[in-house]
Write a protein that binds this ligand. Structure first.
Ligand code: PRP
Length: 220
């Protein structure tokens, strides 16, 4: 729970030692090895994701500095992540932001085929709190047809937040079926099936540190 009057000053965490870094590197390599035959190309590298997340966090920080000064629980910016794909981006974005934020998650299921949504959405997990009067930023991993987000914007807007914007890591301009206002976009990508960094195929590959295309042999 919270601190007390004799709590030590807050410091940034210790930097990992070389030994820790080497252990993490070995684990990553083992994990990547398991997927190595399945990935056709790396579309966006881990470093590119990191750089873009830092850039987006700087923009978001500048835009919300005055509205969300972090001087009280209800003035913190509220990030709403859409499970499960947005988890990696959401947690990295939160840690890159120069503002205190609170995290909320929703899980929705879109009726449609395995690879495309229909726009008819069912809530599997709703927010845990009221967002009326709050500054809300929806965090999405990818905007494909835009149907899920279009529904989500209407749904959350009806709960009367003080403001409602969207930050998406990826967008496929050639797949968009409905125009949705997206304030922050990381990368516009071609209309290809991508996995990694939260994005899955049959629940696999979310734990890749990069975004890549799948070898067609995996899904035919
Ligand atoms: C993905 C993604 C978006 C949605 C985008 O979620 O996270 O929420 O699809 O598609 P759209 O723009 O065509 O509506 P998915 O349903 O694959 O679930 P997941 O995040 O659990 O993988």
């Amino acid at each position: 729970m919270g601190g007390c009057c004799c709590a030590p000053p807050i410091r940034a965490g210790r930097q990992p030692t070389d030994r820790h870094a080497a252990v993490w590197q070995r684990r990553l390599e083992t994990r990547l090895e398991a997927y190595s035959n399945d990935i056709a190309d790396v579309l966006i590298t881990e470093q590119q994701i990191r750089d873009k997340t830092a850039e987006l966090a700087k923009q978001v920080g500048a835009d919300y500095r005055e509205r969300c000064p972090g001087d009280g629980r209800d003035s913190d910016l509220l990030l709403v992540g859409v499970l499960k794909g947005a988890v990696m981006f959401m947690t990295d974005l939160a840690r890159a932001l120069p503002l205190p934020v609170q995290l909320e998650f929703m899980a929705v299921s879109s009726y449609g085929s395995a690879t495309s949504s229909s726009g008819v959405v069912r809530i599997l997990k709703d927010l845990d709190r009221d967002i009326a009067g709050r500054h809300v930023l929806i965090v999405e991993d990818i905007i494909d047809s835009g149907l899920t987000l279009s529904w989500l914007l209407r749904n959350l807007q009806s709960r009367q937040p003080a403001s409602l914007e969207v930050c998406a890591l990826l967008r496929k301009p050639d797949a968009v079926k409905v125009d949705v206002p997206v304030r922050y976009v990381g990368f516009d990508i071609p209309n290809e099936f991508v996995v990694g960094y939260g994005l899955d195929y049959a629940e696999r590959y979310r734990d890749l540190p990069y975004i890549g295309t799948l070898n067609p042999a995996v899904y035919v």
